[in-house]
Write a protein that binds this ligand. Sequence first.
Ligand code: BGC
Length: 789
Amino acid sequence: MCPLKQTTNYHMKLFFPFAVLLLLTPYFLFSQNNMTKAKEIVSKMTLEEKINLVVGMGMRMGAMSMPGGAPNVGQTMDKVPGAAGTTFAIPQLGLPTTVVADGPAGLRIEPKRENDPNTYFATAWPVGTLLASTWDVKLIEKVGKAMGNEVKEYGVDVILGPGMNIQRNPLGARNFEYYSEDPLVTGKVAAAMVNGIQSNGVGTSVKHFAMNNQETNRMTVNVIAGERAIREIYLRGFEHVIKEANPWTVMSSYNLLNGTYTSQSYDLLTTVLRKEWGFKGMVMTDWFGGKDAVAQMKAGNDLLMPGTPAQRNAIRDAVNNKTLDIKILDENAARIVAYILGTPAYSKYVFSNKPDLKQHAKLAREAAADGMVLLKNHQSTLPFVNIRSIAVFGNTSYDFISGGTGSGDVNEEYTVSLVEGLQNAGYAIDAELKSIYSAYLFDYKTKHPKKSFLEEFSNPTPYASEMLLENSVVSSKAAASDVAIITIGRNAGEGKDRVVANDFYLSKAELKLIDDVSNAFHAKGKKVVVIVNAGGVIEVTSWRDKVDAVLLAWQPGLEAGNAVADVLSGKVNPSGKLAVTFPVKYEDDVTAKNFPGKEFPEKANAGQFGIKSIPAEVSYDEGIYVGYRYYNTFNVKPAYEFGYGMSYSAFEYSNLKLSSSAFKGKLVVTADVTNTGKVAGKEVVQLYLTAPSVKLQKPSEELKSFGKTDLLQPGQKQTISFVLEPKDLASFDTNSTSWIAEAGTYTVKIGTSSLDIKQTATFQLTKELVAEKCNKVLSPQVELNELKK
Ligand code: BGC
């Protein structure tokens, strides 16, 4: 077959839809014109109206109501039941109520309403970690577009996502809502998502800005970090999304950063976000976040959510006693008005309450299969060939987890379990096992009835421990079935970080199940496949040698079982790659020493919602060495490295070319990728850069660009091209508070993972280059003992 040559320039590809979007949507929500109009409207407001606008209307959670204290003439918090919050309407000035609702994996609203036969289910999309593992920004933009359509058709104005904090430590409960340990993957994926969602003319709220990397003491923890780590690791993803996708809103985080609540930090919300990056939109707090409403106004945190009467009083008092300049309140209010002017609510969009959920489910299935990562495939166990009957083990196989818990959960109509998916694909499932597991799970659920959101939040129901089966049952299944599948399930979410025992590590019962099933099936010359159904990282080295194949299915949304079956059957050739490292042991992760930090229980107080408020601090001593930047630089061998993932096909890299051997403001890198396998497949091509270390230490390599090939037929070749700009070469120099690229030799490494580099080439930078000068802000108040090479 004659190889096809195609050229893909990923920077160009991102740019083109962006230009089209500018024409199609109210993209310049915060344009000069809109701001002028907004300011005019604010100039007609009374002080009370301004206060009503900057403080949200409060919140309803099931039967519990927490009004924000605004006069409720003509107001409603109930336009969309189950939404997280609303803004105040001022009908005489033409301003309607607007509605904001969670979350990163799809719209979170109440699916059923009193005295209403209709349903309001939304699509549970694959979780953020899975989407990032696709490394496919075109696909993610499509998902965003469909997600945004549900936002619009259910009458919501802003979706509270994407979540884009760095997955600093494997135990972070909300890692499933976030994308990666790497800021470039995070930023590019988030930008694609925001562009997709906002192409509908609804808004996003990129969250949680910034450094909300743990749930333990999330509302009190002071994150102590160095400026370089803050800029290069924790802010960089947000910087990408602000510059490449113009999100309508940003949500500040709960934590303090170097001694100041992020929602009260002028340096973060105004100096960096607005002045340095050019953000024109509105900032809202996370729910009940921060302490001081007046400091929040001054910092540029325009909207306090969900809004409390105390915040209204504090702002009114401060204006009256002149500790808050009315001009500041006017600016906050104007940014909120400018946002309102761009909403569907303002243009009186007649929403249908009938998004095309069937079509969206198809896309959810496609995206889910695309982000699954094949971790192990001994002797081509997968895809299944000549397999008809399957013995399916593990509780989660029968109760598959579509997504995590808390505000990142979605109220979908159904989740296709693994067994359902396998049956839909035509496999015969062992009926006895199915009935044993179903009875066990039914019994567990009867003994642990569903709790309210808040009860679950403060005291999550543990999942059923893995059921132990008689040896005779397992061996009879080995005799009767062609293959065994075992699912290992994990769930987590807002409010409570994961733990090491029986969570990061497998439980004794799970390990015994793997032993028993592997022994019995291998004795009969049959294979065993493990499916990992988790939102984050687990330990794999102690058990992976016992089984033949491991598929990391993540939490794949409502079409879960169908998508897993697509990969197992070979209908889809896996092309997902890890956007987070799988360590051998928990302690191998450099952040393990400093997670979740120190508590000061003697200073604790009652807190909110029955959750004690304990002051705490966490020191990011690892500095910039987060994730693969640590493992690779310090030669700590992970179980599976960043960027890793197998395919049913094989790819060859060739013809790496640089546009020049010296960097002169820009460099174009091209490489050819050929499918040398027997089946069609896609490959994620990763560009890492090793920079010279003159006065600054550098990680051994850092991801600077990536692309995904089209579906390549056997023998087909594609040229992938990347562009390197000055800032891609640069590191943040704390002394000069600027991004500098040091002079010397740079090595471009094109790889299929961060450790599997296929081709390298070098170029020179003859003179140090200042890529950007920044402000001296966000400095730590105490001395930090940051890790050095
Ligand atoms: C979460 C946010 C969420 C908000 C509204 C908070 O508890 O941290 O991510 O958007 O609630 O539900």
